[in-house]
Design a protein around this ligand. Sequence first.
Ligand SMILES: Nc1ncnc2c1ncn2[C@@H]1O[C@H](COP(=O)(O)OP(=O)(O)OP(=O)(O)O)[C@@H](O)[C@H]1O
Ligand SMILES: [Mg+2]
Length: 391
Amino acid sequence: MITTLAVHGYRSLRDLAVPMAPVTLVTGANGSGKSSLYRAMRLLAGTATSGVVGSLAAEGGLDRVLWAGPERISGAMRRGEVAVQGSSSRSKPVSLMLGFATPELAYLIDIGLPIPSPTAFVRDPQIKREEIFAAPVLRPASRLVQRKNSTVTVFDDESRTVGSKLSARVSILSELSDPDGYPDIGWMRQVVSGWRFYDSFRTDSAAPARSSCVGTWTPVLADDGHDLAAAVQTVLESAWAGPFARAFEEAFPGSEVLIDAEGTDGRFHLQVRQPGMLRPLGADELSDGTLRFLLLATALLSPQPPSLLVLNEPETSLHPHVLPVLARLMTDVATRTQVMVVSHSDALIQPLLALGAEDAVTHHHLVKEVGETRLEGQGLLSTVPWEWGSR
Ligand SMILES: Nc1ncnc2c1ncn2[C@@H]1O[C@H](COP(=O)(O)OP(=O)(O)OP(=O)(O)O)[C@@H](O)[C@H]1O
Ligand SMILES: [Mg+2]
């Protein structure tokens, strides 16, 4: 389980450490930084597949995504007594840092500007530092693995340098994953590669989820939902068939999901039998909300559950009476999958808080203060411990 997520210098997330629970709900007004937090998490997940530098380049390079405000925000700036202004010189190098902690180990990555060089790939940021350490806080004594530029040092009985030619574009998690040689790196890589993300699903008339799909065993729903029919059939043939059918019947009383696999084309067709209809309706005929609910329930009840499931704005086009059913599914699966939900909807909060046992559900409301995203109600004493260290 992830206990802390930390971001430094990414868009409006100047310096944020977010405590995580089995179910973590993140809400906030428009522009408060919810999507940025979601994207920061996706970037972090890219470290396991060496996708982090490419994803940053795709966002327009480091310059575009770095915190655009002053390096330090003084008390007078916060109180509005003086205008927000930068200082003439920086005290620390420009860096975007991402990290997380589990109860055992923690990881952080520090990404900086490229050193000027005669290459066309000037947008590619560089990985300057990575650390794996005993949770929760980075200290010299808790350090297990450190990467500085191209050199990787493992601190076990004696410290040893295990690599000195690492490319600035790849992470130690993607490059040094030999579980026997580097158990801590292998363990971390496995944690990160177990995360699954679903951004708001498309439900328009041309949405991929509305078409039939190849009828193959599909324990993991694709992130665009194009294999929904096969993924639903996989759930219906798993131990989660009962909870799936019950949740759907509760959200849409009298309705039942069927998969038509009879055709000679080998494709599966999703159908829903609804009260009052003489024939079942196809996926192309379903309402946006019905389709979205099916996509979310299928993602949540995956027979091959991820360690962490992150849902971005799942509530779009769902009626408020369906949200408690969704909330119940989230708390039901939270024993096997940690769930993080980034949402606009305050209507999700009440059912989640009512259902979750104490400590099982955390709600963070993001607010902007002098351009910076903060957790509402988090004072100096209630912040989670986190240290970035230095290059
Ligand atoms: N480089 C940057 N430095 C500082 N702030 C930035 C930077 N880039 C974008 N922002 C700000 O970050 C804020 C957060 O945007 P984000 O898309 O995360 O908001 P959101 O909470 O998802 O909003 P919505 O509910 O509208 O989707 C925006 O207000 C934007 O002005
Ligand atoms: Mg957003």
